[in-house]
Design a protein around this ligand. Structure first.
Ligand SMILES: [Zn+2]
Length: 94
């Protein structure tokens, strides 16, 4: 549910965001919870393991290419791959 609320908030901001940011943020905070006025996110070990598995199988990850893909290009990836990579990138930055 929080995943979809995040999409709604980003949509209402009227700011374009690439699919990897939009889905990455939603994935990170889908386990979110409020404590006081702050939003926290649970550690997502399942996603971390999946990311490690993908990176182990994939000899080269072209970060620059992934980040510059159009939304249509992003959607052409395997769903697990695109969501997990997006989650990993956003998780790294926050
Ligand atoms: Zn989503």
């Amino acid at each position: 549910m929080i995943h979809e609320v995040q999409h709604y908030i980003m949509c209402k901001s009227n700011q374009y965001s690439p699919k990897w940011i939009n889905e990455g943020i939603s994935e990170v905070f889908e386990t979110g919870y409020m404590r006081g006025k702050y939003l926290y996110s649970e550690k997502q070990s399942d996603k971390e393991q999946l990311l490690k598995s993908i990176l182990k199988r994939q000899k080269v990850f072209q970060l620059k290419k992934f980040l510059s893909e159009s939304n249509d290009e992003w959607k052409k990836h395997d769903t697990t791959y695109s969501y997990t990579m997006s989650w990993g990138i956003v998780y790294f930055f926050i």
